[in-house]
Ligand binder design. Structure first.
Ligand SMILES: C[S@@+](CC[C@H](N)C(=O)[O-])C[C@H]1O[C@@H](n2cnc3c(N)ncnc32)[C@H](O)[C@@H]1O
Ligand code: SF4
Length: 487
């Protein structure tokens, strides 16, 4: 559920409002005819008919074959008559919610609808905060809610006196679920020591996300106009360092993705690591704010294929915790949509010919008779490098790992050893191989074994068993499980 500052409410932050919590109580909205229709459409997986945006970041990441960046027009759908939809009230309650407490912001980011206007006094006078009656109507939501994300405007631009966050946190303290997690999104400029300590005092604050976009001193001011990079980084560093051993709240950084930020993303990740942030989230840019800025910087356009290829290359090297796998899925699906993916992979040795980027679980251990194998289809005529992610358990492992490549008919192509003492825990590791001839279109298998490894002297590989990691190779889909790139 998403509640906007004027009290309008919807089932999703990227969808149209379907009710008004100033005039309606929560129950009347939640079981309204329109919400019952939405739930019925979701049950049938008719997401677009249920008002989902085809360019929603979540859909583009999770179902990248179906939802391609920047392709609204391909998403036409047939209407589903009400007679084919199951309408039924529910006594369940929202578990996830986005809430906009204020729409004032003193910055002037060109990609954002809250960035317009130079006269800050006039802007403040026109701005709204969430009305009291909406706070009242939200009281029945808190006991069941598990995740609450706060949007802006910029919360910390408002004066402390009568600040809507203080009313909200009082309600959450009195009515919130004991396991509630709150995420606060901010540009960070005015998150001073007082606010920092206030957030730290509330254990339900699970994450504070700083929208920085680029930490490059020449680029930052062209996006976060009237922002202050130095002060923002200082505020982030203070929050990160004042945390107790529980490491709460997590400190995230977000970067809007575009031509303006793509070349500085690796620099931003290095900055995050240096100042104590935990994760970098990269967000594709929606068409908001200044249309010319969007047109100039939206990287998902056919004329920006070289920029996308450079970004693809950069993201394959990114080790800092991030949603890089989602963005890589979007890049590949966009290039496939343009019909350019195969040609780019064939010509460009800096991007992988096969890749599965997710490493959310471990696979293995590689020890005694247990081998780990992953097949791939060659898209180039040579093999030069294999990038894998190992979990070493931060200990020194000593027994060598045998890596072999064979054809689908089990003919050996290559054999070498990986020294486990060189591996870094949970990070990409490049295995350089002698240049080896492959036949494009043919299936190969990479095998890892370590007969002499055992118990406490062995490594595992990272990978995933999530359904979202099906990678498409040419017209074929492969269930790829290892976190692996083949160059
Ligand atoms: C509107 S801001 C409000 C909170 C705060 N002022 C900030 O900048 O984080 C919320 C998030 O929306 C992002 N945002 C701004 N313009 C966007 C766009 N055109 N497409 C996608 N996200 C955008 C911001 O970078 C920020 O992470
Ligand atoms: S700081 Fe946040 S709300 Fe303000 S203009 Fe920038 S993105 Fe929009």
């Amino acid at each position: 559920m998403t509640v906007w500052v004027d009290g309008s409410v919807s089932h999703c932050g990227r969808s149209i409002p379907l009710g008004d919590l100033r005039t309606t109580d929560f129950e009347s909205f939640w079981n309204s005819n329109e919400l019952q229709r939405v739930r019925g459409l979701f049950r049938r997986d008719a997401l677009l008919q249920a008002h989902c945006m085809p360019t929603c970041n979540v859909l583009m990441a999770m179902r990248s074959d179906e939802f391609v960046p920047n392709q609204i027009e391909t998403a036409t759908t047939e209407a589903i008559p009400d007679t084919e939809i199951r309408f039924e009230p529910t006594d369940r309650r929202p578990s996830f919610m986005l809430l906009q407490l204020s729409d004032f912001c003193s910055l002037g980011c060109p990609m954002c609808c809250y960035g317009e206007g130079e006269d800050l006094k006039a802007k403040l006078a026109k701005s709204q905060v969430l009305p009291t009656e909406v706070f009242d109507h939200l009281l029945p939501v808190w006991p069941k809610l598990r995740t609450l994300e706060l949007l802006g405007g910029e919360l910390f631009d408002l004066p402390w006196q009568n600040h809507p966050l203080r009313r909200l946190f009082a309600d959450l303290e009195n009515h919130g679920h004991p396991d509630l997690n709150v995420k606060v999104v901010t540009n960070g400029k005015n998150l001073d020591e007082r606010w920092c300590r206030y957030l730290l005092e509330h254990s339900f604050v699970d994450c504070v996300s700083f929208s920085i976009d680029s930490a490059h001193p020449d680029v930052y001011p062209t996006i976060r106009r009237r922002g202050n990079l130095e002060r923002t980084l200082e505020n982030l560093g203070r929050l990160a360092s004042l945390r107790t051993a529980s490491s709460r709240p997590r400190v995230h950084v977000t970067a809007l993705l575009g031509n303006h930020t793509a070349p500085t993303l690796l620099h931003l990740a290095e900055t995050c690591e240096r100042i104590g942030a935990d994760r970098l989230d990269i967000q594709p840019m929606n068409p908001m704010g200044d249309p010319q800025f969007h047109f100039d910087n939206n990287i998902f356009q056919p004329r920006f294929v070289p920029e996308l290829v450079a970004l693809w290359r950069d993201l394959t090297t990114l080790d800092f915790d991030s949603n890089r796998a989602d963005i890589l899925a979007m890049i590949e699906s966009f290039l496939r949509f343009l019909g350019r993916a195969d040609e780019i992979v064939a010509e460009n040795a800096t991007v992988p010919q096969f890749a599965q980027y997710r490493g959310d679980r471990t696979l293995g251990p590689i020890a005694r008779r247990t081998e780990v194998a992953q097949s791939f289809v060659a898209k180039r005529d040579t093999l030069r490098r294999i990038r894998l992610q190992f979990a070493t358990y931060a200990r020194t492992n000593t027994k060598p790992i045998d890596l072999s490549v064979e054809t689908d008919a089990r003919e050996p192509v290559l054999q070498l050893q990986v020294d486990p003492r060189d591996l870094v825990d949970n990070a990409w590791h490049d295995v350089q191989v002698p240049v080896t001839t492959l036949r494009p279109g043919r299936d190969y298998r990479i095998r890892l074994a370590s007969r002499r490894s055992n118990g406490n002297d062995c490594v595992t590989l990272r990978g995933t068993d999530s359904l979202t990691t099906q990678v498409r190779v040419g017209r074929r889909k492969q269930a790829a499980s290892l976190a692996m790139m083949v160059f």
